[in-house]
Design a binder for this molecule. Structure first.
Ligand code: PMP
Length: 350
């Protein structure tokens, strides 16, 4: 006899990092930004007219789309917004990865991709990274149903030059290639400049990292008008991904303070480079991180043991010791003061 359980879409869920609310914890486990958003966001929320909450928001979040289009110097029809880039990517999977051929994404990468693929029953293959955690671009030249690559990658923090990304896009003109740029503002050039050249390229970014607004949930995609049109059609059919009024207001305000944005990113990058030097002196090896986190392994001590020792000091990082990722820590970049306490705790333990 059939049971309803036989028909469940039974996926292995994504396991997010812990979100303790305790203020004393040094939270270096989910790649958030340690600095607050610009005061423009603070003021926009303070002055937000709550009377407008009785009205539905603009379904396309038109004000935010316009502000993003202005910011990136693209057309409004080339921008799509959603409730965090996770949802934008999920929507893109549902919309564009509709073939029997497997989609491709790297092994190792952001673990949400396989969750969506499983949920939407999209077959996938995972070309391994090379020994330096770099992409092997030729692996993406075979027939496939679509591609998603994060640049920089997570949790490895490795950035691929635009030429590698462009080679992959240009070899795959018959499928959609998504470049997930959650961490691009801490790295090099964005593939956004390629959207006018390739109608199969969708570039996804987020407010959660470089804009210090993980709590507000804004993600967006940029691409050819036809791609964006299809995304909007799927979104409107669902209608569960509509941006709320407060988020639209705050999202627009964030884009109005480029100076603070650049200052804060420089600060995070500066701290990251300093911490790399400290970690190296403590016997860690790590990739050339171009994100707001460092992916590091100690030559002698297990990542899990370091994770636990730090936890006792109320410092939260993430560790990986699976078949896929052997013995690595992922450490988000905090404030200088937080990172000093992190290094102090490491020195005491090692
Ligand atoms: N892509 C990558 C590579 C990420 O690491 C994250 C954050 N966990 C996301 C997308 C999603 O970010 P958000 O939904 O907060 O925009």
């Amino acid at each position: 006899m059939m049971a309803w359980q036989d028909n469940v879409r039974n996926v292995v869920p994504y396991e997010p990092g812990e979100q303790p609310e305790c203020k004393n914890i040094i939270k270096l486990n989910t790649n958030e930004n340690p600095y607050p958003p610009t005061d423009k966001v603070k003021n926009a929320i303070k002055n937000f007219d709550t009377d407008t909450l009785r009205l539905y928001p603009n379904p396309k979040a038109a004000d935010l789309v316009r502000a993003l289009a202005d910011y990136y110097q693209v057309e409004e029809e080339e921008v799509f917004v959603g409730v965090g880039s996770d949802d934008v990517i999920g929507m893109a999977f549902l919309t564009f990865f509709n073939s029997n051929k497997p989609i491709l994404f790297p092994d190792i990468t952001y673990s949400f991709y396989s969750v969506w693929a499983d949920l939407y029953q999209i077959p996938y293959e995972r070309p391994p990274l090379d020994d330096n955690f770099k992409l092997v671009k030729e692996d993406y030249y075979k027939e496939n149903g679509g591609i998603i690559i994060p640049n920089p990658n997570a949790p490895t923090a490795v950035y691929e030059n635009l030429s590698v990304i462009e080679d992959i896009i240009s070899h795959n003109r018959d499928v959609v290639v998504i470049i997930d740029e959650a961490y691009i503002d801490f790295a090099g050039k964005s593939s956004g400049e390629l959207i006018s050249k390739y109608d199969n390229l969708l570039v996804v970014q987020t407010y959660s990292k470089s804009r210090s607004m993980a709590g507000i949930r804004i993600g967006y995609a940029m691409g050819n008008k036809q791609l964006i049109h299809y995304l909007n059609a799927v979104k409107n059919s669902y209608n569960s991904y509509t941006m709320n009024r407060t988020a639209i207001t705050a999202g627009v305000a964030s884009l109005q303070d480029k100076e603070y944005f650049e200052f804060m990113i420089d600060k995070v990058i500066h701290t990251r480079e300093r911490i790399k030097k400290e970690l190296s002196q403590l016997g860690f090896t790590f990739t050339d991180s171009q994100a707001n986190f460092i992916f590091a392994s100690h030559r002698k001590v297990l990542a899990k043991d370091i994770f636990e020792a730090l936890r006792k000091e109320e410092i939260y990082v993430r560790y990986f010791d699976s078949k896929r990722i052997d013995n690595y820590l992922r450490i988000s970049i905090g404030t200088d003061q937080e990172m000093d306490l992190f290094i102090k705790a490491l020195k005491q333990y090692l």
